[in-house]
Design a protein around this ligand. Structure first.
Ligand code: THU
Length: 136
C-alpha cells in the first residue's frame, strides 16, 4: 500500500502537470505522475500535435522523463482527467509501462473526485515483455 504522503504528492504532481497539457485538438487534458521505486516523482501531460499521430500521452511523457533521469522501476502512477469516469491508460501506454514495471498500480482520478485503482497486470494480461524476445 502506498504511503499517504507519497500519494498526495503524486496527486498534486498529476494535477499540476494536467494544467500544462497541450491538447488543443482533443481538448482532453491529461495529467500523470509516476512514482519511482526511490520515491522520485515524474510528472507528464499529453502533448498533442497538428500532425495528430505525433502527439504523446501523459503517461508516456512521464515515463520518458523518468527513464532519461535514470529511473527504471516504478510502483505507482496517478492519472487525472476531467472525464466522468476515471480514465484507464491507453493500450500503447500500458505496453510502454509494462516494459519497466509489471507490478505497477494505476490510480486514476477525475477532477470531480472519482477514483479507480487497477494493477497494470489486470489491465494488460499476458503482456509482451523483454523476456518475450528469444535472444534475451
Ligand atoms: N491520452 C493520454 O494522455 N493518456 C491516456 O491514457 C489516454 C489518452 C491523451 C491522448 C490525446 O492527447 C488525448 O488524451 C485524447 O485521446
Amino acid at each position: 500500500m502506498i504511503a499517504t504522503p507519497h500519494l498526495q504528492a503524486l496527486r498534486d504532481a498529476a494535477v499540476q502537470a494536467r494544467a500544462r497539457a497541450y491538447a488543443p485538438y482533443s481538448r482532453f487534458q491529461v495529467g500523470a505522475a509516476l512514482l519511482s521505486a526511490d520515491g522520485t516523482i515524474f510528472p507528464g501531460c499529453n502533448v498533442e500535435n497538428s500532425s495528430y499521430p505525433a502527439g504523446i500521452c501523459a503517461e508516456r511523457g512521464a515515463l520518458a522523463a523518468a527513464v532519461a533521469a535514470g529511473h527504471r522501476v516504478f510502483s505507482h502512477v496517478v492519472i487525472i482527467t476531467e472525464a466522468e469516469h476515471p480514465t484507464p491508460p491507453c493500450g500503447v501506454c500500458r505496453q510502454a509501462l509494462v516494459e519497466f514495471s509489471s507490478q505497477l498500480e494505476i490510480i486514476s482520478v477525475t477532477t470531480a473526485g472519482a477514483e479507480t485503482i487497477w494493477s497494470l497486470a489486470d489491465l494488460l494480461p499476458s503482456p509482451f515483455t523483454p523476456q518475450s524476445l528469444p535472444h534475451l
